[in-house]
Design a binder for this molecule. Structure first.
Ligand code: CA
Length: 234
């Protein structure tokens, strides 16, 4: 089960650099990989580009309302969130939990307490994956597997960084192996009916997926059906 102990990734969204840097330093020392965003917009952007195991979100950011970010993060990236909040803030915890928050930590906090809670969370998440591993595993090729519960893709024993949309597209094609889809159908299925974009979005994601997943020695696992669209080979 080596994939379970692959490096964990945490995103810190916090405008106070001193706090963000202190947390990053402490997490890094525990062997956890950390990205920092110093405002809400860049936090959302980063969360869409990489897959994180956990996000630490400061509720009081200069550019966006904390709960709006929380809602968008849990909708788009489907990633667990621990909220960092000042004691003086009047916070409706129920609202936070409904919007996808997993836990609250009140400022000022002891860094050791934050690290302990992050580690406890990551450990618990690993155990859940371990329990479900046999039902949540798709073997794409002998060297390439997808772990649904972890939203993780492993190639030759190493994790591959996919964006959330690349991952969703891959899993949709995998769950419908052998079926040919038009670009429009893939847009609807993966991006949603109300997504405003064109079919080039699909092409760009397919190109990136192939680049990240393929072994140069073997043929592509995603076929282009000329004049129609794409399918995942059986
Ligand atoms: Ca703040």
């Amino acid at each position: 089960m080596d994939y379970i102990n692959t490096t964990k990734k945490v995103l810190i969204i916090e405008d106070e650099a001193a706090i963000a840097d202190l947390l990053a330093y402490a997490l890094h020392r525990e062997g956890i990989s950390v990205d920092i965003a110093y405002n809400g917009a860049s936090g959302l952007n980063t969360s869409k580009q990489f897959i994180f195991d956990l996000i630490l979100l400061d509720l009081m950011l200069p550019d966006m309302r904390g709960f709006d970010i929380c809602k968008e993060l849990s909708n788009e990236a489907q990633v667990p969130i621990i909220i960092l909040t000042a004691k003086s803030d009047i916070v409706d915890k129920v609202v936070g939990f409904e919007l996808g928050a997993f836990d609250y930590i009140t400022k000022p906090f002891d860094v050791r307490e934050v690290i302990a809670r992050v580690k406890a969370f990551l450990r618990r998440a690993d155990q859940e994956v371990e329990n479900k591993v046999y039902t949540s595993f798709i073997k794409v090729t002998p060297n390439l597997s997808v772990y649904i519960n972890e939203r993780k893709v492993m190639k030759n024993g190493a994790a591959i960084d996919l964006t959330p949309k690349e991952y969703d597209l891959l899993v949709f094609l995998l769950e419908n192996r052998g079926t040919v889809f038009t670009r429009e159908k893939l847009l609807d299925a993966v991006w949603g009916y109300d997504y405003i974009g064109d079919s080039r979005t699909v092409d760009i994601h397919i190109v990136r997926l192939r680049k990240k997943l393929n072994d140069s020695a073997s043929p592509s696992i995603i076929d282009t059906i000329f004049g129609v669209g794409y399918k995942m080979v059986k």
